[in-house]
Design a protein around this ligand. Sequence first.
Ligand code: CA
Length: 233
Amino acid sequence: MAVAGTILIVEDEADIRQMLGFALTRAGYPYREAADAEAAEVYIREEPPDLILLDWMLPGMSGVDFARRLKRDPTSREIPIIMLTARTEESDKVRGLEVGADDYVTKPFSPRELLARIKAVLRRTAPERAQQVIEVEGLKVDPQTHRVTVEDAPVALSPMEFRLLHFFVNHPERVYSRNQLLDQVWGGNVYVEERTVDVHIRRLRKALAPHGLDKYIQTVRSVGYRFSTQPKF
Ligand code: CA
């Protein structure tokens, strides 16, 4: 189960920041960007991100030194770091991981490769968040047992509909395009057509309809879908 989180990009090259930002937005991850360690530190103190993409070669404090510092500080220790490195030598990779980076990608990398790493790191570092029972207005979603109930009455869902609903209740009020849902719920490596999303949305609504909750799965015209307990406007 993918969990979207806020990602902080720390990279001095504007082109790469832009490319990363574009890929993250397409995949449904909100992000902030910083050109050096100093600017990044301000963001991290303001609002800790769920993951940091950290360039190895930064002006001023290097990415490795910054990673070491973040991993020593109790307030930032838990934030996973993926190092972006142009270096391919084994000793450098080892050094990056030794200072506490959770993973690294070597430039040039494809957005798809990077997104797969991000997803894996978030899944690994946030297991407790993904395992919690979520309750929204009488709707209870239990990721451990895959059981869904409404006011204690069971709702029968296929595994795919369950994943879709679990993703939605974890990310309420945000609109996701079909492409973003494919990335987040189906996983990046599967080639599925966008209309597959529509099919599963329809089934999910049908399963929730007897409980009067199909209205929570809202269509946002020409954009995608949103889970919301607010009336559609
Ligand atoms: Ca750089």
